[in-house]
Design a protein around this ligand. Sequence first.
Ligand SMILES: Cc1ncc(COP(=O)(O)O)c(C=O)c1O
Length: 394
Amino acid sequence: MYQPSSDDFPWLADEPDYAYFDTAATCLVPTCVRHAVDRYLLDTHANAHRGSYARSREATQQLEQGRQTLAKWFQIQPDQLAFSASTTQALNDLAQAVPIAWQAGDEILLSIAEHHANLLPWQRLAQRFDLKLRFIELTPEGDLATPELLLTERTRVVAVSAASNVTGAVFELAPLLRAARQRGVVSIVDAAQLAPHQPQKLGLLDADAVVCSAHKFYGVTGLGLLLLAPRFADQLSPFRVGGGIVTKVTREHAEYLSDVHRFEAGTPNTLAVIAAATATEWLDRNADLSHYLDTQRAELSHLLTHREWLQVLPAGPMQTPTLSLVSSSVHAHDLAAYLDSQRIEARAGHHCAQPLLQYLGHSGVVRIALGAYTTPRHLERLVSVLDEAYELFS
Ligand SMILES: Cc1ncc(COP(=O)(O)O)c(C=O)c1O
């Protein structure tokens, strides 16, 4: 059975009471990731895919080895995996690049649970081309409510998250994606919250594009990943243009690479790719982490019961180890500030999902996102410090 270890997270030994619960935003990295980054900076840091000298060749080799490791983790082919700066950048790029001749009144289907990263790029497009955004709502249990029924003759894109960054609900997207495919509707999945927990599911989703961020699966910030179905990638032009993606450039024209590198203009973030690949190898070595986190989430839900002043937002039948708390008597920011004063770090607010919070009727929630370093002691402290906050503020 997985147990958090100070070999991976030394601060667990130095400060066992310190608890970090913002893992759904950015994970803290295990020692092996830190060491891989150190080694890269010391020995290899250089432009990949540019120089013919040894250091650049080595950087290129490590970048492409990282792509292979990551592709294997997602169970896709390396040439289906493009690197970006973040999920946000990937979604913005895709919204601009979808090969659709938009007509006024065309529809984009989203869910009400989208992170702003998967809402605002489509909102902008809708304003520009006079499109209609439609939203899949939630059941009272927190699951998506009959999403396929909202596909219409006018739907051109379905862009939905695979798991909510607020409630932790994992959405069953297979029927929706199947229906979209049958109708020739472009499908894009924001898997930022699912990737850390069910990476192999990303490759299996029958979507045109699936995106996520490495810093949410124990890599470092600055790396987004786009899993592109070949049938879709073949129709896409480069999102951005510049160095590293061309075969020939004249004063007036450019010819672009035909493989996945054409989506990666500019100096690649080799450091973040190495960190992400190292993180997935570490996750593979700790395959029962998922089970551990499931049990810790269940334990936390159990510890939180029987408090009238505090509710866990409903999250459907399948969940990531993230949950959100809402209180009728203490403001979310007061709770988070008090937790912080006791060395418990959690985030309060709308979590970049304002439409979801409006839909649920809350102005702010406290999100507790468990990670590979969360110990039973952290959960017990969390609950007792929440109780102290209630005594203080209510
Ligand atoms: C579901 C979801 N989508 C998109 C994002 C944006 O990711 P990034 O900040 O890495 O671009 C997040 C970040 O929390 C998220 O949880």
